[in-house]
Ligand binder design. Structure first.
Ligand code: ADP
Ligand code: ZN
Length: 666
């Protein structure tokens, strides 16, 4: 007997092995095995995955090696997962074995479970399906038949915040369960709050599995087994939950589908979970629901070319009005002599809310105290020695920290260059906002939520629950923009809408529009109408203006015109090649070699090749970074990228990473 095996190494091929007679009866596709690997007959034992069993009539023309051992009593990978991972390998140009390894939790083990599962605590079916609004009913009626009749379909559920999208997901899942089909619900990591999870648990009880990045290895494995064994039928999780080993999959929901966190950017395979979900639904004759108040341009565009079905929830439950949005021009404030962080208007409104005992959210997408410190005498700013990026001052521990690597050092009291003593703190971060607020409103109970305050497990939950029960003001980064549903929040202040506006990234306006709309959606969810104040130095910016009216359709038609003119997604696909190395010269040399090679292959100009050029962040963690950006069809891009790995030898001291459909170009 001969089998095809994939190994978990960066090698882009499968290997044929022979099976000793005594192991033949236990061979099954999807099981893991140990194989001898390497030049010698014995070789080093390596883990592999059985991806095919060759028919008896085929025998290879060369001498094969015997496999050593079968590791699993039953397959860890279904044929569906093999198909899906193979698709990923091809599309994202990542060796199949590596994709498989990243789709399985480390330490998978299917030996009979010894430990008994922990008892489930306080799970009750305490919530019952709500009586749907007309729009919700209509959406559900369109979706359900596809789930019941096993037909693949993609839906965009476009609904403003608070319009009842989640209730539609819940009832669609319920319909799926009735038909014997399970569901995967993807939410952005930061939205995996107890609030979201509780809503699902109280509807469906113990058949839920929750997968988030803070699970310990043991907990993750435990959840994986519950799903694999069919005990859990509904999975809620972040990006990688799209690989949950659920059988009888009927529905995949992607909430806040426009979120950039669905794209894995830091390690191969650099997959977009949204696209993987659509492929997985296709392989399962299942349904994908993409939900958002501000759909990504790609997703909305797909509804216009009938690749997916558009469903709309146009008003909030109970017809609660959207919050009113006001824009404050900070240039005018400055002219009037206000040099502080807060505009006159925002201060007044905060004061007003405190008096009325209503709650306030203050949003700023930048953590730390001041963005940078600068010497008033010579103008020196202090940069990270590894990343060439200005260090951020953190007030609590008086440290300068790099937000890209872990570098930190004590903030100097004298300028390291000219010994001047006039150190100026410029810019604003969440810590500084918190401090200033406390000075302005000494009696207010203020809490802060950002990366720095949520490192510990459970801190996220603690901050939110203490704010909910006894807080006045919550200061935070984009972590607080999503999912919070606190009826007593009546004011949202955006300290600066300008953070990120000038990044060299064609998606900058899309991101700002989505973020501002999202933050605005936190206000006025209870009985009192909400007010949002957006401070900016660019009051005429289109994205900010569209956010004021929360008018997605106008934003879309404005933005899609620009994308079309410049041939950006969704009109073309992009691929980004990043060349990294500690030696600047070597890095540049390889980048140029690759560039020249690509131009030679692309003689007929089916793709557009831009660069090589230094990345917008040209040095991170001691490594120089150059990039080549490609525009074209997925097929033409794949051909170009494939030719790099097959035709160019990459020196040991350099790294080349390929990113198909990149979300950020920094
Ligand atoms: P979204 O996911 O679009 O932000 P939600 O599903 O969270 O909206 O709904 C907002 C609020 O309205 C929630 O508190 C939810 O319980 C409630 N809600 C949703 N649908 C209904 C309905 N049909 N009848 C009454 N309340 C509803
Ligand atoms: Zn750094």
């Amino acid at each position: 007997m001969y089998i095809e095996v994939v190994v978990g190494l960066p090698i882009d091929k499968t290997f044929t092995y022979s099976v000793p007679k005594e192991l033949e009866q236990d061979i099954e596709i999807g099981k893991r095995i140990l194989v001898p690997f390497g030049r010698q007959q014995r070789g080093k034992p390596l883990r592999g995955y059985i991806v095919d069993i060759l028919s008896n009539s085929i025998s290879p023309a060369y001498k094969t090696k015997d496999i050593l051992k079968i590791l699993d009593p039953e397959p860890v990978l279904t044929s569906e997962m093999l198909k899906l991972t193979q698709w990923l390998a091809t599309y994202y140009l990542c060796p199949w074995g590596e994709v498989i390894e990243s789709a399985l939790p480390p330490g998978v083990n299917l030996k009979p479970r010894k430990e008994t599962p922990p008892p489930y605590q306080n799970i009750r079916h305490s919530s019952y399906p709500l009586k749907l609004t007309q729009e919700q009913t209509k959406s559900l009626e369109v979706i359900t038949p596809y789930i019941k009749s096993h037909q693949f379909k993609v839906f965009l559920l476009h609904g403003i915040t608070g319009s009842g999208k989640t209730e539609v997901y819940l009832q669609a899942i319920s319909e799926g369960l009735k038909a014997g089909r399970g569901a995967i619900v993807l939410v952005p990591e930061i939205a995996l709050t107890p609030q979201t999870v509780q809503r699902f648990k109280s509807r469906f009880g113990e058949i839920i599995a929750v997968l988030h990045s803070k699970l310990s290895r043991k907990e993750r494995l435990f959840q994986w087994r519950r799903i694999h064994e069919g005990e859990a039928k509904i999975i809620i999780g972040a990006r990688s939950a799209v690989f949950a080993p659920l059988k009888n999959l009927g529905l995949i929901v992607i909430d806040e589908e426009h979120e950039t966190s669905y794209k894995q950017y830091d390690a191969a395979p650099r997959y977009q979970a949204r696209d993987v979900a659509i492929m997985r639904a296709k392989f399962n004759n299942a349904v994908t629901i993409l939900g958002s108040a501000t759909p990504s341009l790609e997703t909305f565009y797909n509804t216009s070319i009938d690749k997916s079905v558009y469903l709309n929830l146009s008003y909030r439950i109970d017809h609660k009005p959207l919050a009113q949005v006001e824009i404050v021009d900070m240039k005018e404030e400055y002219k009037m002599g206000n040099y502080g962080i807060f505009s006159h208007k925002l201060k007044q409104e905060i004061d007003d809310r405190l008096k009325r005992q209503e709650q306030v959210i203050i949003f700023l997408n930048r953590r730390g105290f001041a963005t940078f410190i600068q010497c008033r005498d010579c103008g020196t700013t202090i940069k990270c020695p590894n990343c060439e990026i200005t260090l951020t001052y953190h007030f609590q521990d008086k440290m300068l920290k790099c937000h890209y690597c872990q570098f930190q050092k004590t903030a100097p009291e004298v300028c390291p260059k000219c010994q001047g003593t006039q150190i100026k703190y410029s810019g604003t971060g969440t810590q500084k906002v918190e401090n200033e607020l406390q000075k302005l409103f000494p009696r207010a109970r203020i809490s802060r939520m950002d990366l720095d305050t949520t490192k510990k497990r459970g801190s996220h939950e603690n901050i939110l629950s203490s704010f909910q029960s006894q807080g006045d003001i919550l200061v935070g980064t984009q972590m607080i923009a999503k999912g919070l549903d606190f009826p007593n929040i009546t004011l949202v202040g955006v300290i600066s809408a300008d953070v990120g506006l000038n990044l060299p990234d064609f998606r900058a306006s899309e991101r700002i529009f989505a973020l501002l709309t999202q933050v605005a959606g936190r206000a006025g969810r209870g009985q009192v109408p909400g007010l949002v104040i957006i401070q900016t130095y660019n009051p005429d910016n289109a994205a900010i203006q569209f956010a004021k009216t929360q008018d997605y359709h106008s934003f879309y038609s404005n933005e899609i015109t620009f994308r079309k003119e410049l041939n950006y997604p969704p009109f073309a696909h992009l691929a980004n090649i990043i060349i990294k190395g500690k030696e600047e010269e070597h890095t540049i040399k390889l980048a140029r070699t690759i560039g020249a090679h690509l131009r030679m292959i692309n003689k007929d100009k089916t793709s557009l090749i831009l660069g090589p050029a230094p990345c917008p962040l040209p040095k991170i963690k001691q490594e120089y970074r150059w990039q080549i950006l490609l525009k074209g069809s997925p097929k033409s891009l794949q051909e170009l990228l494939k030719s790099i790995s097959t035709q160019i030898s990459i020196p040991k001291d350099l790294k080349v990473s390929l990113d198909i459909d990149p979300v950020g170009l920094l």
